[in-house]
Design a protein around this ligand. Structure first.
Ligand code: UD1
Length: 416
Protein backbone atom coordinates (compact mmCIF):
# COMPACT_ATOMS: atom_id res chain seq x y z
CA UNK A 1 0.00 0.00 0.00
CA UNK A 2 1.31 3.50 -0.86
CA UNK A 3 2.85 5.56 1.90
CA UNK A 4 4.59 8.93 2.07
CA UNK A 5 7.97 9.53 3.71
CA UNK A 6 8.61 13.03 5.00
CA UNK A 7 12.05 14.22 6.17
CA UNK A 8 11.37 17.30 8.26
CA UNK A 9 13.28 20.33 9.38
CA UNK A 10 13.54 22.32 6.15
CA UNK A 11 12.08 25.80 5.64
CA UNK A 12 9.63 26.22 2.75
CA UNK A 13 10.24 28.81 0.03
CA UNK A 14 8.47 29.53 -3.26
CA UNK A 15 5.05 29.69 -4.90
CA UNK A 16 2.10 27.28 -4.78
CA UNK A 17 -0.60 27.34 -7.44
CA UNK A 18 -3.81 26.00 -5.92
CA UNK A 19 -5.89 23.23 -7.46
CA UNK A 20 -9.63 23.55 -7.95
CA UNK A 21 -11.56 23.02 -4.71
CA UNK A 22 -12.81 19.48 -4.23
CA UNK A 23 -15.76 20.68 -2.14
CA UNK A 24 -16.79 23.12 -4.87
CA UNK A 25 -16.19 20.74 -7.78
CA UNK A 26 -18.40 17.95 -6.36
CA UNK A 27 -21.68 19.96 -6.31
CA UNK A 28 -20.74 21.75 -9.56
CA UNK A 29 -20.39 18.41 -11.38
CA UNK A 30 -23.66 17.21 -9.86
CA UNK A 31 -25.46 20.41 -10.95
CA UNK A 32 -25.08 19.17 -14.54
CA UNK A 33 -28.03 16.84 -13.75
CA UNK A 34 -30.33 19.89 -13.71
CA UNK A 35 -30.32 20.41 -17.47
CA UNK A 36 -30.27 18.55 -20.79
CA UNK A 37 -27.75 21.09 -22.11
CA UNK A 38 -23.96 20.75 -21.92
CA UNK A 39 -22.18 22.06 -18.82
CA UNK A 40 -18.47 22.71 -19.22
CA UNK A 41 -16.32 22.74 -16.07
CA UNK A 42 -12.70 23.85 -15.95
CA UNK A 43 -10.12 23.63 -13.15
CA UNK A 44 -11.58 20.38 -11.81
CA UNK A 45 -8.94 18.71 -9.61
CA UNK A 46 -7.79 15.18 -10.37
CA UNK A 47 -8.82 13.42 -7.14
CA UNK A 48 -10.34 10.15 -6.00
CA UNK A 49 -13.61 11.84 -4.89
CA UNK A 50 -13.93 13.53 -8.30
CA UNK A 51 -13.49 10.17 -10.07
CA UNK A 52 -16.16 8.67 -7.78
CA UNK A 53 -18.55 11.54 -8.66
CA UNK A 54 -17.88 11.10 -12.39
CA UNK A 55 -18.55 7.36 -12.02
CA UNK A 56 -21.81 8.12 -10.22
CA UNK A 57 -22.90 10.58 -12.92
CA UNK A 58 -22.01 8.06 -15.65
CA UNK A 59 -23.99 5.42 -13.78
CA UNK A 60 -27.00 7.76 -13.95
CA UNK A 61 -26.51 8.19 -17.72
CA UNK A 62 -24.57 11.47 -17.92
CA UNK A 63 -22.25 11.57 -20.94
CA UNK A 64 -18.85 12.96 -19.98
CA UNK A 65 -16.05 14.15 -22.20
CA UNK A 66 -12.67 15.28 -20.87
CA UNK A 67 -10.80 17.46 -23.33
CA UNK A 68 -8.16 20.18 -23.04
CA UNK A 69 -8.41 20.30 -19.24
CA UNK A 70 -12.20 20.71 -19.18
CA UNK A 71 -15.07 18.35 -18.49
CA UNK A 72 -18.13 18.55 -20.74
CA UNK A 73 -21.15 16.93 -19.12
CA UNK A 74 -24.45 16.18 -20.83
CA UNK A 75 -27.37 14.87 -18.77
CA UNK A 76 -29.67 14.80 -21.83
CA UNK A 77 -30.09 11.01 -21.68
CA UNK A 78 -30.37 10.28 -17.97
CA UNK A 79 -32.49 7.18 -17.52
CA UNK A 80 -31.48 5.94 -14.06
CA UNK A 81 -32.35 7.74 -10.84
CA UNK A 82 -30.55 5.58 -8.31
CA UNK A 83 -27.27 6.23 -6.45
CA UNK A 84 -26.18 2.79 -5.21
CA UNK A 85 -24.58 1.90 -1.88
CA UNK A 86 -21.13 1.15 -3.40
CA UNK A 87 -20.81 4.77 -4.55
CA UNK A 88 -22.55 6.59 -1.69
CA UNK A 89 -20.71 4.64 1.02
CA UNK A 90 -17.30 5.74 -0.31
CA UNK A 91 -18.34 9.36 -0.76
CA UNK A 92 -21.03 11.05 1.25
CA UNK A 93 -21.39 13.97 -1.19
CA UNK A 94 -23.26 11.51 -3.47
CA UNK A 95 -26.41 12.48 -1.54
CA UNK A 96 -26.29 15.77 -3.46
CA UNK A 97 -27.94 14.02 -6.43
CA UNK A 98 -31.18 13.95 -4.38
CA UNK A 99 -32.17 17.57 -5.09
CA UNK A 100 -31.31 17.79 -8.81
CA UNK A 101 -32.81 14.41 -9.79
CA UNK A 102 -36.00 15.04 -7.84
CA UNK A 103 -36.39 18.55 -9.27
CA UNK A 104 -35.83 17.54 -12.88
CA UNK A 105 -37.28 14.00 -13.06
CA UNK A 106 -39.60 13.81 -10.05
CA UNK A 107 -37.97 10.68 -8.67
CA UNK A 108 -34.75 9.57 -6.98
CA UNK A 109 -33.40 6.71 -4.89
CA UNK A 110 -30.18 7.20 -2.92
CA UNK A 111 -28.48 4.84 -0.50
CA UNK A 112 -28.26 6.22 3.04
CA UNK A 113 -24.64 7.28 3.56
CA UNK A 114 -24.23 5.71 7.02
CA UNK A 115 -21.51 6.76 9.45
CA UNK A 116 -17.99 7.76 8.61
CA UNK A 117 -14.79 8.00 10.61
CA UNK A 118 -15.42 11.55 11.86
CA UNK A 119 -19.01 11.17 13.02
CA UNK A 120 -22.55 9.98 12.31
CA UNK A 121 -23.28 12.58 9.60
CA UNK A 122 -27.04 12.13 9.14
CA UNK A 123 -29.02 13.81 6.30
CA UNK A 124 -32.24 14.90 8.03
CA UNK A 125 -31.82 18.56 6.96
CA UNK A 126 -31.60 17.52 3.31
CA UNK A 127 -34.76 15.43 3.63
CA UNK A 128 -36.66 18.09 5.60
CA UNK A 129 -35.90 20.64 2.87
CA UNK A 130 -37.07 18.39 0.06
CA UNK A 131 -40.24 17.49 1.97
CA UNK A 132 -41.01 21.19 2.44
CA UNK A 133 -40.65 21.61 -1.33
CA UNK A 134 -43.40 19.01 -1.71
CA UNK A 135 -41.56 15.70 -2.06
CA UNK A 136 -42.88 12.47 -0.62
CA UNK A 137 -39.97 10.66 1.03
CA UNK A 138 -39.62 7.23 2.59
CA UNK A 139 -36.85 4.83 3.61
CA UNK A 140 -36.69 1.30 2.24
CA UNK A 141 -33.89 -1.28 2.47
CA UNK A 142 -31.26 1.29 3.39
CA UNK A 143 -32.33 3.67 0.62
CA UNK A 144 -34.01 7.07 0.66
CA UNK A 145 -36.71 7.15 -1.98
CA UNK A 146 -38.29 10.44 -2.99
CA UNK A 147 -41.04 11.28 -5.46
CA UNK A 148 -42.68 14.54 -6.43
CA UNK A 149 -44.62 16.27 -9.13
CA UNK A 150 -43.12 19.69 -9.79
CA UNK A 151 -41.57 20.96 -6.54
CA UNK A 152 -43.18 24.08 -5.05
CA UNK A 153 -41.24 27.01 -3.61
CA UNK A 154 -41.68 27.83 0.08
CA UNK A 155 -39.72 29.12 3.09
CA UNK A 156 -37.29 26.64 4.61
CA UNK A 157 -35.27 27.24 7.75
CA UNK A 158 -32.33 24.94 8.50
CA UNK A 159 -31.78 24.07 12.18
CA UNK A 160 -28.05 24.17 11.46
CA UNK A 161 -26.23 25.82 8.51
CA UNK A 162 -25.33 22.53 6.82
CA UNK A 163 -23.17 22.94 3.71
CA UNK A 164 -24.53 19.87 1.93
CA UNK A 165 -28.19 20.54 2.79
CA UNK A 166 -27.91 24.16 1.60
CA UNK A 167 -26.42 22.96 -1.71
CA UNK A 168 -28.94 20.17 -2.17
CA UNK A 169 -32.00 22.34 -1.53
CA UNK A 170 -30.58 25.22 -3.57
CA UNK A 171 -30.24 22.87 -6.56
CA UNK A 172 -33.77 21.55 -6.05
CA UNK A 173 -35.32 25.00 -5.66
CA UNK A 174 -33.95 26.44 -8.91
CA UNK A 175 -36.40 24.24 -10.84
CA UNK A 176 -39.27 24.54 -8.33
CA UNK A 177 -42.42 26.51 -9.06
CA UNK A 178 -42.38 29.99 -7.50
CA UNK A 179 -40.21 31.50 -4.84
CA UNK A 180 -38.12 29.67 -2.22
CA UNK A 181 -36.49 31.39 0.73
CA UNK A 182 -33.75 29.43 2.50
CA UNK A 183 -32.95 30.65 6.02
CA UNK A 184 -29.98 29.88 8.26
CA UNK A 185 -28.04 28.70 5.20
CA UNK A 186 -24.37 27.79 5.19
CA UNK A 187 -22.29 30.72 3.83
CA UNK A 188 -19.23 28.79 2.61
CA UNK A 189 -17.54 30.15 -0.55
CA UNK A 190 -18.27 26.82 -2.29
CA UNK A 191 -21.99 27.65 -2.05
CA UNK A 192 -21.34 30.95 -3.82
CA UNK A 193 -19.42 29.06 -6.51
CA UNK A 194 -22.37 26.70 -6.99
CA UNK A 195 -24.85 29.60 -7.12
CA UNK A 196 -22.65 31.33 -9.71
CA UNK A 197 -22.79 28.30 -12.01
CA UNK A 198 -26.57 27.96 -11.50
CA UNK A 199 -27.02 31.66 -12.35
CA UNK A 200 -24.97 31.15 -15.54
CA UNK A 201 -27.35 28.25 -16.33
CA UNK A 202 -30.30 30.65 -16.10
CA UNK A 203 -31.34 30.28 -12.45
CA UNK A 204 -32.55 33.27 -10.44
CA UNK A 205 -30.71 33.35 -7.09
CA UNK A 206 -29.80 36.16 -4.71
CA UNK A 207 -28.08 36.08 -1.34
CA UNK A 208 -25.74 33.10 -1.79
CA UNK A 209 -22.88 33.53 0.68
CA UNK A 210 -25.25 35.03 3.27
CA UNK A 211 -27.54 33.16 5.63
CA UNK A 212 -30.68 33.90 3.57
CA UNK A 213 -30.91 32.79 -0.06
CA UNK A 214 -33.82 33.67 -2.33
CA UNK A 215 -34.56 31.56 -5.38
CA UNK A 216 -37.16 32.16 -8.05
CA UNK A 217 -37.78 28.88 -9.85
CA UNK A 218 -37.52 28.51 -13.64
CA UNK A 219 -38.79 25.67 -15.83
CA UNK A 220 -35.57 24.99 -17.70
CA UNK A 221 -31.86 25.66 -17.40
CA UNK A 222 -29.37 26.01 -20.25
CA UNK A 223 -25.69 25.39 -21.09
CA UNK A 224 -22.90 27.15 -19.20
CA UNK A 225 -19.14 27.20 -18.71
CA UNK A 226 -17.54 27.66 -15.31
CA UNK A 227 -14.12 27.36 -13.66
CA UNK A 228 -14.00 25.78 -10.18
CA UNK A 229 -12.75 28.14 -7.44
CA UNK A 230 -9.34 27.52 -5.82
CA UNK A 231 -9.19 25.17 -2.84
CA UNK A 232 -9.22 27.17 0.42
CA UNK A 233 -8.39 24.09 2.51
CA UNK A 234 -5.37 23.32 0.36
CA UNK A 235 -4.41 27.01 0.70
CA UNK A 236 -4.74 26.84 4.48
CA UNK A 237 -2.74 23.61 4.66
CA UNK A 238 0.23 25.24 2.89
CA UNK A 239 -0.16 28.38 5.03
CA UNK A 240 0.07 26.39 8.28
CA UNK A 241 2.94 24.31 6.89
CA UNK A 242 5.17 27.36 6.42
CA UNK A 243 4.16 28.69 9.84
CA UNK A 244 5.66 25.52 11.32
CA UNK A 245 8.74 25.06 9.12
CA UNK A 246 9.64 28.73 8.79
CA UNK A 247 10.31 30.36 5.43
CA UNK A 248 8.20 32.39 3.03
CA UNK A 249 5.71 31.21 0.41
CA UNK A 250 3.10 32.71 -1.88
CA UNK A 251 -0.17 30.83 -2.35
CA UNK A 252 -1.89 31.83 -5.57
CA UNK A 253 -5.35 31.15 -6.99
CA UNK A 254 -7.73 32.28 -4.25
CA UNK A 255 -9.17 35.51 -2.86
CA UNK A 256 -7.75 35.82 0.70
CA UNK A 257 -11.26 36.53 2.10
CA UNK A 258 -12.26 32.98 1.09
CA UNK A 259 -10.06 31.70 3.93
CA UNK A 260 -12.33 33.33 6.52
CA UNK A 261 -10.55 33.87 9.84
CA UNK A 262 -7.63 31.53 9.13
CA UNK A 263 -5.10 34.14 7.96
CA UNK A 264 -5.83 36.33 10.96
CA UNK A 265 -5.18 33.35 13.25
CA UNK A 266 -1.79 32.84 11.52
CA UNK A 267 -1.01 36.52 12.21
CA UNK A 268 -2.02 36.08 15.83
CA UNK A 269 0.48 33.21 16.05
CA UNK A 270 3.27 35.45 14.75
CA UNK A 271 3.27 34.91 10.95
CA UNK A 272 3.45 37.83 8.52
CA UNK A 273 0.68 37.77 5.94
CA UNK A 274 0.47 39.79 2.74
CA UNK A 275 -2.89 39.77 0.97
CA UNK A 276 -3.17 40.03 -2.82
CA UNK A 277 -6.24 40.06 -5.03
CA UNK A 278 -5.71 36.44 -6.07
CA UNK A 279 -3.60 34.95 -3.30
CA UNK A 280 -1.49 35.71 -0.25
CA UNK A 281 2.07 35.60 1.01
CA UNK A 282 2.93 33.90 4.32
CA UNK A 283 6.23 34.39 6.07
CA UNK A 284 7.39 32.86 9.36
CA UNK A 285 10.69 33.93 10.86
CA UNK A 286 10.27 32.71 14.43
CA UNK A 287 8.58 29.96 16.44
CA UNK A 288 4.79 30.44 16.39
CA UNK A 289 2.94 31.44 19.56
CA UNK A 290 0.07 29.21 20.66
CA UNK A 291 -3.51 30.35 19.90
CA UNK A 292 -6.84 28.76 20.76
CA UNK A 293 -9.53 28.13 18.15
CA UNK A 294 -13.08 26.81 17.95
CA UNK A 295 -14.32 25.28 14.71
CA UNK A 296 -17.41 27.01 13.35
CA UNK A 297 -19.39 27.37 10.14
CA UNK A 298 -17.83 29.83 7.64
CA UNK A 299 -16.35 32.41 8.13
CA UNK A 300 -15.27 30.86 11.46
CA UNK A 301 -12.31 28.53 11.76
CA UNK A 302 -13.01 25.57 9.40
CA UNK A 303 -13.31 22.08 10.84
CA UNK A 304 -11.40 20.93 7.74
CA UNK A 305 -8.33 22.86 9.03
CA UNK A 306 -8.56 21.73 12.66
CA UNK A 307 -6.23 18.73 12.38
CA UNK A 308 -3.57 20.71 10.48
CA UNK A 309 -3.78 23.52 13.06
CA UNK A 310 -3.28 20.99 15.83
CA UNK A 311 -0.06 19.83 14.12
CA UNK A 312 1.14 23.45 14.14
CA UNK A 313 0.15 23.99 17.77
CA UNK A 314 2.14 20.86 18.70
CA UNK A 315 5.33 22.84 18.04
CA UNK A 316 4.12 26.35 19.02
CA UNK A 317 5.20 28.15 22.18
CA UNK A 318 2.55 27.81 24.89
CA UNK A 319 -0.76 26.05 25.39
CA UNK A 320 -3.58 25.91 22.87
CA UNK A 321 -7.20 24.84 23.33
CA UNK A 322 -8.81 23.42 20.20
CA UNK A 323 -12.59 23.02 20.36
CA UNK A 324 -14.38 20.98 17.69
CA UNK A 325 -18.06 21.87 17.33
CA UNK A 326 -18.93 20.55 13.85
CA UNK A 327 -18.09 16.83 14.01
CA UNK A 328 -18.29 14.82 17.22
CA UNK A 329 -15.40 12.45 16.58
CA UNK A 330 -12.77 14.48 14.79
CA UNK A 331 -9.77 14.01 17.10
CA UNK A 332 -8.38 10.74 15.82
CA UNK A 333 -5.22 12.47 14.61
CA UNK A 334 -4.31 13.31 18.26
CA UNK A 335 -2.93 9.87 19.04
CA UNK A 336 -0.98 9.76 15.78
CA UNK A 337 0.49 13.24 16.40
CA UNK A 338 1.41 11.97 19.88
CA UNK A 339 3.54 9.29 18.16
CA UNK A 340 5.62 12.18 16.80
CA UNK A 341 6.04 13.51 20.34
CA UNK A 342 3.11 15.98 20.49
CA UNK A 343 1.64 16.62 23.95
CA UNK A 344 -2.15 16.54 23.48
CA UNK A 345 -4.99 15.58 25.82
CA UNK A 346 -8.63 15.40 24.79
CA UNK A 347 -11.78 15.72 26.87
CA UNK A 348 -15.30 17.04 26.27
CA UNK A 349 -14.75 18.03 22.63
CA UNK A 350 -11.66 20.09 23.50
CA UNK A 351 -8.06 19.17 22.78
CA UNK A 352 -5.41 20.78 24.95
CA UNK A 353 -2.10 21.03 23.14
CA UNK A 354 1.06 21.94 25.02
CA UNK A 355 3.64 22.98 22.45
CA UNK A 356 6.91 21.05 22.52
CA UNK A 357 10.22 22.44 21.19
CA UNK A 358 10.52 19.69 18.56
CA UNK A 359 8.74 16.62 17.17
CA UNK A 360 10.62 13.51 16.11
CA UNK A 361 9.80 11.38 13.06
CA UNK A 362 7.86 8.13 13.46
CA UNK A 363 5.62 5.77 11.51
CA UNK A 364 2.00 6.98 11.64
CA UNK A 365 -1.35 6.09 10.11
CA UNK A 366 -3.81 8.44 8.40
CA UNK A 367 -7.40 8.01 9.63
CA UNK A 368 -9.27 10.48 7.44
CA UNK A 369 -8.59 13.09 4.79
CA UNK A 370 -7.63 16.11 6.88
CA UNK A 371 -5.99 13.97 9.57
CA UNK A 372 -3.59 12.74 6.86
CA UNK A 373 -2.69 16.33 6.00
CA UNK A 374 -1.96 17.02 9.67
CA UNK A 375 0.45 14.08 9.74
CA UNK A 376 2.26 15.36 6.64
CA UNK A 377 2.62 18.72 8.45
CA UNK A 378 3.75 16.92 11.62
CA UNK A 379 6.39 15.19 9.49
CA UNK A 380 7.55 18.50 8.00
CA UNK A 381 7.93 19.94 11.52
CA UNK A 382 9.70 16.84 12.94
CA UNK A 383 13.36 15.83 12.94
CA UNK A 384 14.11 12.67 11.01
CA UNK A 385 11.77 10.58 8.87
CA UNK A 386 8.00 10.31 9.30
CA UNK A 387 6.28 7.57 7.33
CA UNK A 388 2.55 8.27 6.78
CA UNK A 389 0.59 5.10 6.00
CA UNK A 390 -2.92 4.75 4.51
CA UNK A 391 -2.50 7.81 2.35
CA UNK A 392 -5.46 6.86 0.15
CA UNK A 393 -7.32 9.23 2.50
CA UNK A 394 -5.01 12.04 1.42
CA UNK A 395 -5.55 11.26 -2.26
CA UNK A 396 -9.29 11.83 -1.83
CA UNK A 397 -8.72 15.53 -1.35
CA UNK A 398 -5.21 16.79 -2.19
CA UNK A 399 -3.94 16.90 -5.76
CA UNK A 400 -0.20 16.06 -6.12
CA UNK A 401 0.49 17.30 -2.59
CA UNK A 402 3.94 15.76 -2.35
CA UNK A 403 4.99 17.34 -5.68
CA UNK A 404 3.78 20.73 -4.49
CA UNK A 405 5.66 20.46 -1.19
CA UNK A 406 8.80 19.28 -3.02
CA UNK A 407 8.64 22.37 -5.24
CA UNK A 408 8.79 24.45 -2.02
CA UNK A 409 11.96 22.65 -0.92
CA UNK A 410 10.49 19.93 1.31
CA UNK A 411 11.95 16.43 1.24
CA UNK A 412 8.90 14.24 0.77
CA UNK A 413 8.49 11.08 -1.27
CA UNK A 414 5.70 8.70 -2.12
CA UNK A 415 6.61 5.02 -1.84
CA UNK A 416 4.59 2.68 -4.01
C1 UD1 B 1 -19.07 19.71 4.00
C2 UD1 B 1 -17.68 19.45 3.44
C3 UD1 B 1 -16.77 18.93 4.53
C4 UD1 B 1 -16.77 19.87 5.74
C5 UD1 B 1 -18.19 20.15 6.21
C6 UD1 B 1 -18.27 21.20 7.30
C7 UD1 B 1 -18.17 18.86 1.13
C8 UD1 B 1 -18.20 17.82 0.10
N1 UD1 B 1 -17.80 18.48 2.37
O1 UD1 B 1 -19.58 18.45 4.44
O2 UD1 B 1 -15.45 18.83 3.98
O3 UD1 B 1 -16.06 19.26 6.79
O4 UD1 B 1 -18.98 20.63 5.08
O5 UD1 B 1 -17.67 22.37 6.90
O6 UD1 B 1 -18.44 20.01 0.88
N2 UD1 B 1 -25.68 17.37 9.78
C9 UD1 B 1 -26.79 16.77 10.30
N3 UD1 B 1 -27.86 16.55 9.46
C10 UD1 B 1 -27.83 16.89 8.13
C11 UD1 B 1 -26.67 17.51 7.62
C12 UD1 B 1 -25.60 17.73 8.48
O7 UD1 B 1 -26.88 16.47 11.48
O8 UD1 B 1 -28.82 16.67 7.43
C13 UD1 B 1 -24.51 17.62 10.68
C14 UD1 B 1 -23.31 16.78 10.29
O9 UD1 B 1 -23.38 15.49 10.84
C15 UD1 B 1 -22.18 17.60 10.85
C16 UD1 B 1 -22.66 19.03 10.66
O10 UD1 B 1 -24.09 18.95 10.53
O11 UD1 B 1 -22.01 17.33 12.20
C17 UD1 B 1 -22.07 19.74 9.46
O12 UD1 B 1 -22.38 19.02 8.29
P1 UD1 B 1 -22.46 19.69 6.86
O13 UD1 B 1 -22.24 21.14 6.93
O14 UD1 B 1 -23.71 19.19 6.21
O15 UD1 B 1 -21.21 19.03 6.15
P2 UD1 B 1 -21.14 18.28 4.76
O16 UD1 B 1 -21.93 19.01 3.74
O17 UD1 B 1 -21.36 16.83 4.95
Amino acid sequence: MDCIDVYGGRPLEGDVILSGAKNAALPLLIASLLTDAVIELKHVPDLKDIRTTLALLQHLGVEIEHRAGAYRLSAANVACFEAPYELVSTMRASVLVLGPLLARFGQVKVSLPGGCAIGARPIQYHLMGLEKLGAEIWLENGYVIAKANRLKGTTIRFDFPSVGATENILMAAVLAEGETVLENCACEPEIVDLANLLIKMGAYITGAGTSTILIRGVTKLHEATHAVMGDRIEAGTFALAVCGTGGAIRVMGIAPEALGTLLAVCEQCGAQVERFEDGFGMKATERMRAASITTEPYPGFPTDMQAQFMALMSVAGGRSYITETIFENRFMHCSELARLGADISVGGGIATVRGVPALSGAEVMATDLRASASLILGGLFAHGCTRVNRIYHLDRGYERIEEKFRALGARIERRI
